[in-house]
Design a protein around this ligand. Structure first.
Ligand SMILES: Cc1cc2nc3c(=O)[nH]c(=O)nc-3n(C[C@H](O)[C@H](O)[C@H](O)COP(=O)(O)OP(=O)(O)OC[C@H]3O[C@@H](n4cnc5c(N)ncnc54)[C@H](O)[C@@H]3O)c2cc1C
Length: 442
């Protein structure tokens, strides 16, 4: 009755990598994507990938000469709002072409027997006689039966948003829940200036980073609400910080989810992954590795849940929730709440944090005294505002509570609805990044 063990909707980094993991485990997998093979992932070119992720996710490292490889750097820098302080942290990062990287992942999946169908769009879910999900229908009205349906369709979350089940939140990812990323590919005017590492100004959510051309760079900004508002933030960023002089080559923009992930990633016969599950890093909106942190244990759990031709119930898939939410999920929930409070301050407040190694700290920096003590000292000396102190302490308190709550994620679906009630209360307290936007309409 089933055509496949698993059907994955979306052949981006999340869907393709997951299909490769499942193919390796001997499952019969189909990946569909609405885009043609030629146009897949063309919306973005250059992306960053921490070098240690190759080993972590068991992939051979990309090297000079590989089609996707552009360059590599070893440190990331960040600077304060008034540009007075700089922090330096060791992080090896690969700069690569995204469409070619996905192609490389796809070749690995194909070798494991995974099938791909392009220009094939998801239309709706199919159900068995017990009203359990058991496949999909495409826009071409083809019915494809699979025991597990996986949504890896990115921000549109085309499958998750139509699942009707108390264990699956089907919210759409709207403008308040996204970071619109606006990128300028530029050529630097001074040939002596080279951008060969990433430098960010978190206060403006702005940065400059390498691109494929050594005389060039990418200037970027992320902002909620709209692309127009991101353009406006770019202007504020460039009016405040003196970047190297450049001429514009072209612009690129995209969006990345910036909200808490759904509390559960699974229900009967269904799993959501990647951007469709809002799995992005709170600090920079990067999403590729977060999806894979979730996928790696998920592949084993799915293989076990499907063993002996079983139907994958939410009980069998539940360990995917537990493993992610008690690990990276707990850490990111705390960070996300903290950041809402940390961006809500003046430029001088932000400089004070940098000056004293609070939140922003170099690897070799020794900080004397506690965070709270140093912040209070700042208020007493008139260098840090009381409003910022309150906002930060409140955000940090809520962030700690969220982390603790996520670490107590229920081990079976029974405790979920009660756990969710408390989580809802804490997230309401935490607010969202979009609450800080006051000038989108000006
Ligand atoms: C400008 C920008 C820069 C970024 N830079 C980085 C970076 O440097 N490092 C990093 O880690 N992350 C980065 N990110 C985030 C990263 O790109 C995403 O987190 C990641 O690509 C998400 O992968 P995904 O597979 O979940 O979704 P997607 O890449 O969105 O893939 C989803 C796929 O589903 C398909 N699909 C959608 N609807 C349907 C449908 N109805 N039927 C069939 N198929 C469908 C789409 O065609 C698409 O191919 C960046 C994001 C932006 C916007």
């Amino acid at each position: 009755m089933y055509n496949y063990d698993v059907i994955i909707v979306g052949a981006g980094t999340a869907g393709t990598y997951f299909s490769y993991l499942l193919g390796k485990r001997g499952l019969k997998v189909l990946v569909i994507d609405k885009d043609s093979e030629k146009n897949l992932a063309k919306r973005l070119d250059i992306f960053h990938f921490t070098t240690q992720s190759f080993a972590r996710f068991n992939l051979p490292e990309s090297k000079a000469g590989d089609p996707e490889f552009v360059s590599k750097f070893s440190y990331i820098y960040s600077r304060s709002a008034l540009d007075n302080y700089e922090k330096k942290n060791f992080l090896e990062v690969h700069v690569m072409h995204l469409p070619l990287f996905i192609q490389r992942l796809r070749n690995k999946a194909l070798k494991e027997g995974v099938e791909f169908r392009f220009s094939t769009e998801f239309k709706g879910l199919l159900y068995d006689d017990k009203q359990r999900i058991n496949g999909i229908e495409t826009k071409a009205e083809e019915k494809i039966r699979a025991r597990l349906v996986v949504d890896a369709s990115g921000i549109p979350s085309v499958v998750r948003t139509v699942v009707k089940d108390p264990y699956m939140e089907n919210f759409p990812i709207g403008p308040r829940d996204k970071f619109y990323v606006f990128l300028k590919y530029v050529k630097l005017k001074d040939p002596k200036v080279k951008i060969d590492m990433s430098l960010s100004w978190p206060y403006y959510k702005g940065w400059i980073a390498p691109q494929q051309n050594k005389d060039g760079a990418i200037v970027g900004v992320g902002a909620n609400i709209s692309v127009d508002y991101a353009r406006k933030c770019m202007k504020k960023f460039e009016d405040s910080i003196k970047l190297p002089e450049y001429t514009l080559q072209y612009e690129e923009w995209g969006a990345t989810p910036y909200r808490r992930p759904p509390y559960s990633f699974v229900t009967d016969g269904f799993l959501v992954l990647g951007d469709a599950a809002c799995l992005t890093q709170p600090m920079n909106g990067e999403g590729i590795t977060s999806a894979w942190v979730q996928s790696t244990p998920a592949a084993d759990i799915v293989a076990e849940a499907l063993k002996d031709r079983k139907y994958p119930t939410k009980e069998a898939l539940w360990p995917i929730n537990v493993m992610y939410q008690t690990g990276e999920g707990a850490e990111f929930a705390g960070q996300r709440a903290l950041l809402v409070g940390a961006v809500n301050m003046t430029k001088a407040d932000n400089d004070y944090l940098y000056a004293n190694g609070i939140i922003f700290k170099s690897d070799d920096e020794e900080v004397k005294g506690s965070v709270a003590g140093n912040l209070i000292k700042g208020v007493l000396k008139g260098k840090f505002t009381l409003a910022a102190l309150r906002s930060l302490m409140r955000a940090s308190g809520t962030g700690n509570k969220l982390t603790k709550h996520y670490k107590k994620y229920p081990t079976t679906p029974e405790g979920y609805l009660n756990w969710k009630k408390r989580a809802d209360c804490l997230w309401k307290k935490a607010g969202s990044m979009a609450d800080n936007v006051k000038d989108a309409e000006e």
